[in-house]
Design a binder for this molecule. Structure first.
Ligand SMILES: Cc1cc2nc3c(=O)[nH]c(=O)nc-3n(C[C@H](O)[C@H](O)[C@H](O)COP(=O)(O)O)c2cc1C
Length: 184
């Protein structure tokens, strides 16, 4: 059970990572609005190191599903949209390493997930996919790091999940702030 000690944005309180996706397709405007939310994340030097590859046709979905681990594929195969988040490792101006590239793509993912919640959609990030095969499939240069694949859609019936996954189909909890805030 989640426990909130302070009143915060309802989207933060309510967002979680379900696996029971409905196969219902999403409106194009919803998909684009999620990318819009991600695009307006802040980033170091306003570099906007995020890049997106959206899979939503049958053909595109099959190709991206192919990159997932077996455990993720088992449930993510029902999501009507899969989104690959990519981070550009270097600054466009000057070409130096951008230490914050993943930090900023993480912020973009956070914004996207909250906009999804606001729209009654679900978004579940996955690190479980082959980064090597992803880079090959999309001919990513070494400067472009595949970070996560996000399953996006609407909440479906938990009965489609295996008993083991159904057991885990609830919002994740968090350790208390007292164990998270470190001493000076
Ligand atoms: C970067 C990242 C990678 C993740 N990878 C996976 C994954 O491969 N498979 C999976 O089922 N969930 C994955 N998750 C979901 C987390 O397990 C989940 O966010 C966490 O347990 C907290 O639960 P909540 O999102 O319901 O609050 C990932 C989440 C993030 C942010």
């Amino acid at each position: 059970m989640r426990k909130f000690n302070y009143p915060i944005m309802p989207e933060i309180m309510q967002r979680w990572s379900p696996r029971a996706f409905s196969e219902e397709p999403l409106a194009e405007a919803d998909v684009l609005a999620l990318l819009e939310a991600a695009r307006y994340a802040p980033s170091c030097f306003n570099e906007q190191p995020w890049r997106f590859i959206v899979a939503q046709t049958q053909h595109e979905l099959q190709a991206m599903q192919d990159l997932l681990t077996e455990q993720n594929l088992a449930w993510a195969k029902r999501a009507p949209v899969l989104l690959l988040l990519i981070a550009k490792r270097t600054f466009t101006e000057g070409g130096k390493d951008n230490y914050w590239h993943m930090f900023d793509v993480g912020t973009a993912w956070g914004y996207l997930s909250l906009e999804a919640e606001r729209r009654g959609l679900i978004a579940h990030a996955m690190g479980g996919f082959s980064r090597k095969r992803t880079a090959e499939m999309f001919s990513l240069s070494p400067d472009l790091a595949p970070i996560a694949i996000v399953a996006i859609g609407k909440l479906g019936d938990a009965n489609v999940l295996s008993p083991a996954l159904r057991e885990r189909e609830k919002p994740g909890t968090r350790r208390p702030l007292s164990e998270t805030v470190m001493k000076h």
